[in-house]
Design a binder for this molecule. Structure first.
Ligand code: DOR
Ligand code: ZN
Length: 434
């Protein structure tokens, strides 16, 4: 087996940073120490660079099968590689929706053939697939849409929800917007503009669903992960009702964009479910993240073509891409002093790995998988400069100068991305979830 040495970099963990070389063998990290030189076949010069655990993005939509005009597993995973994302968990609202073991196996087979980074897939809850949810193996969890969003996976009735929480043990990841509150708001806005999006999908809708889901998790002692929390009120609820059973994520767009500014500037490109809200919410989300009330960052990478996005609101679909920009956006926040690079390693790698039980992921340390990203904390570049990898070809952050960019991405010990070039022969592996 060839031994790859990352030489002369600064290794970052949630606890701190140290000048150290990283020796990789057979897809694993063998040693992390200063001055390694023996038995090396290949050396990658990491001087001046920081060595971070590769990002594990626990929430992406890669659209295959069914919507490959927006993205597919190859382009989505290539976008991951360029963004320092070495592992992803993908959502079931494809066509067909991933609601059976057989469909899940088909997705995994596609991923094995096409993905440049490591992968696994949520199974979707529908009204009538309890047996599948119970029997499925090696998935990060069960995805439940409590409110309708892109696609037709929706579990709104109290009975169906109750049954899902009552049966089985696997983690349940919830899109928490209450369908009845969403429906009621629609009647109050007969001809809405995109600026009404957060009114149509209110804090009340989100909070009501979070309360219901948390109540069920406690009642049935079930592990619950709340997807994309967006408001002060949800963060306060989570802080007051902290439980080892409940975890939560936040997206870069909800931390960094706000109403009305983003909507006035970007129109429907800012449209996402749950919505980007007033700046006070973003402030609360940062605070919740710093305090550990929200433990991780996920992109909710949800690409749509520009043609689709340009339909007049509300016919325009909700969602925006994210895997190419999540790490640079957070490193840029670290450069601005809003958080530390150690925080970024915790929020984007170690914590998601721990929360979902992703074996061997989340740290640059001996015995862990060699999923690593080398970043240049001083490099400034504009989003979109030099092109994008996601098939949708746009970002809500296009043109924004950011400081802190991935220079090389290593998946299972193989250099998949380096200075703008890709090794398209690299393949990721199915992530083992314990
Ligand atoms: O904005 C969103 N887009 N929210 C979702 O819940 C789904 C996603 C998508 O798949 O487009
Ligand atoms: Zn999503």
């Amino acid at each position: 087996m060839t031994r790859l040495l990352l030489k002369g970099g600064t290794v970052v963990s949630p606890e701190g940073r140290e000048a150290a070389d990283v020796l990789i063998e057979d897809g694993k990290i063998l040693r992390v120490a200063a001055g390694i030189s023996d038995g090396v076949d290949e050396t990658l010069d990491a001087r001046g660079l920081h060595v971070l655990p590769g990002v594990l993005d626990p929430h992406v939509h890669f659209r295959e099968p069914g919507f490959t005009q927006k993205e597919d597993l190859f382009t989505g995973s290539k976008a991951c590689a360029s963004g320092g994302v070495t592992s992803f968990f993908e959502m079931p609202n494809t066509r067909p929706a991933t609601t059976t073991r057989a469909l899940l196996a088909e997705k995994k087979a596609l991923a094995a053939a096409k993905c440049l980074v490591n992968y696994n897939f949520f199974i979707g809850a529908s009204k009538d697939n309890l047996e599948e949810l119970d029997a499925v193996e090696n998935v990060p969890g069960i995805k439940v849409f409590m409110g309708s969003s892109t696609g037709d996976l929706l579990v709104e009735s109290a009975d169906s929800l109750e049954r899902i929480f009552a049966a089985g043990r696997r983690l349940i990841a919830v899109h928490a917007e209450d369908e009845s509150v969403l429906e009621e708001a629609k009647s109050r806005f007969p001809s809405p503009s995109v600026l009404d999006h957060p009114r149509l999908r209110s804090v009340e809708a989100a909070l009501s669903a979070v309360r219901r889901a948390a109540g069920l998790a406690i009642k049935y002692r079930r592990r619950l992960h709340l997807l994309h929390v967006t408001s002060t009120e949800e963060a306060a609820f989570l802080s007051e009702n902290a439980s080892p059973l409940i975890s939560a994520e936040v997206t870069p767009q909800h931390l960094l964009l706000s109403w009305p500014e983003a909507y006035e500037r970007l129109g429907t490109l800012a449209q996402v479910n749950p919505p980007v809200r007033e700046a006070r919410h973003a402030e609360s989300l940062w605070k919740a993240l710093r305090e550990g009330v929200i433990q991780c960052i996920a992109t909710d990478h949800a690409p749509h073509t520009l043609d689709e996005k340009k339909k007049p609101y509300p016919s325009s679909p909700s969602g925006m891409p994210g895997v190419e920009t999540s790490l640079p956006l957070l490193l840029d926040q670290a450069a601005k002093g809003r958080c530390s690079v150690e925080n970024v390693a915790a929020w984007m790698s170690e914590n998601p790995a721990r929360l979902f039980g992703a074996a061997g992921k989340g740290r640059v340390a001996p015995g862990f998988d060699a999923d690593v990203v080398l970043v240049d904390l001083k490099k400034t570049r504009r989003v979109g400069e030099g092109g994008t990898q996601t098939k949708c070809g746009w970002s809500p952050f296009d043109g924004l100068p950011l400081t802190g960019w991935p220079v090389a991405t290593i998946v299972g010990g193989q250099v998949v991305f380096r200075e703008g070039d890709f090794d398209l022969t690299v393949r990721g592996r199915e992530i083992v979830v314990q």
